[in-house]
Design a protein. Structure first.
Length: 123
C-alpha cells in the first residue's frame, strides 16, 4: 500500500510530501503488525528527510514520540507523530478513529513490554 506523508522538520518553515510503500492490506483490515509497519515507515521517512544518508533499514525503537489519530476533513483519519526532530502525518485512512487508536495503543504497549526492564544490564 502506498501511504502519503507530510513531513515537517523542526527549524524548517515548510512541510514536504512523501509516499512510503508498506506491505499492508486495507486499513479496515489492519493487524497490529500492519500498524507497526506503518509507524516504522513513518519514523524512517522522517529520519531520512533529516538525514538522507541514513540507512533505510536502521533499527527503529518506538519510543520518544507523541502520537494521535485525528479525523481528516475530507473523510477518514490521519496518524500524526511528533518528535524533537519534527513531525510526520500519514493518511487519510478509511478506518474508525477508535479502532486505529486502539491498535496503536496495543502496538506501543507491546513495544514497551519488550524493552529490557530498568536495572537490566547487558555486557
Amino acid at each position: 500500500m502506498e501511504i502519503p506523508l507530510d513531513i515537517w522538520l523542526r527549524g524548517e518553515v515548510h512541510a514536504t510530501s512523501h509516499v512510503i510503500s508498506v506491505a499492508t492490506g486495507e486499513p479496515g483490515r489492519w493487524t497490529d503488525d500492519d500498524v507497526t509497519a506503518v509507524l516504522v515507515g513513518m519514523l524512517r521517512a522522517l529520519e531520512q528527510a533529516k538525514n538522507p544518508d541514513a540507512g533505510e533499514h536502521r533499527r527503529v525503537a518506538m519510543r520518544g514520540f507523541s502520537w494521535i489519530v485525528n479525523p481528516y476533513d475530507g473523510g477518514g483519519v490521519v496518524i500524526a507523530l511528533e518528535l524533537s526532530l519534527g513531525a510526520v502525518i500519514a493518511g487519510p485512512f478509511d478506518v474508525a478513529e477508535r479502532d486505529l487508536t486502539a491498535m496503536i495503543q496495543r502496538v506501543m504497549a507491546a513495544e514497551r513490554a519488550a524493552m529490557p526492564t530498568a536495572g537490566t544490564t547487558v555486557h
